[in-house]
Design a protein around this ligand. Sequence first.
Ligand code: YH5
Length: 266
Amino acid sequence: MRDDIQVMGILNVTPDSFFDGGKHDILQTALQHAQSMQSAGATIIDVGGESTRPGAVAVSVEEELARVIPVIKAIRQKSDIAISIDTSKPEVMSEAVAAGASIINDVRALLEVGALEIAAKLSVPVCLMHMQGAPQTMQQAPAYRNIVQEVYDFLMQRAAECQQHGIPADYIWIDPGFGFGKTVEHNLQLVKHLSRFTESAYPVLVGLSRKSMLREILNVDVDERLAGSLALATMAALSGVKVIRVHDVKETVDAVQVCKAVSAVQ
Ligand code: YH5
């Protein structure tokens, strides 16, 4: 495992992630959540205003900006923690970096029109994620000839394209995209063969936290997936990933610390 492994805390700013109405409440709740994840040991806060869950509906640029920009500004005002912006829209990437984000996390791997050019111009690290299909339909019939090879080839092609557009190699992170157009068996194969990705030239980020592969393995609801998520985070850490994107920061930081202690001993 790497000794610079980091835990990224998930901060969803979608209406379905809040119980209360008003804008002020949403901002306050989001800010408190970011602060508590930082206290728990997160070194990156991933702010997202587009739901990419299976079946989720699309959101306009204006709506996404209205959700994420005030939150990024509020976090930046209180803390110098790294903020990543979970978006595929070039306008949101630009505004988010202007507001204080310093990493672009794109589940569409900079494939939207203009995204690659904007990301290159912004000079920040980018996380390229693999997805088969689109969120609306990606879980209908995911199919691969060789999942590990196909995801790997896609990410290497996207990374090469980024470098051709002037993004330096050390600003490119890759992510196999757990749950994005994959069956539980596909996800398990990717976990098993994560070292294929970590042996590449690029740092690897994984998002496994609470995902539905755990429902299928354990037959438990989303609020009962902590132990399963920690098992996956531990395997990812031992496989050499650089960033683990999670909901449960304290627990994941503890799991990573234990992995580090074992890996550091003679
Ligand atoms: C990711 O893997 N995922 S949003 C369904 C769930 C639980 C969680 C209940 N953004 C990733 O977190 N960015 C998302 O089942 C991401 N990698 C990167 N880089 C989906 C999500 C989730 C979905």
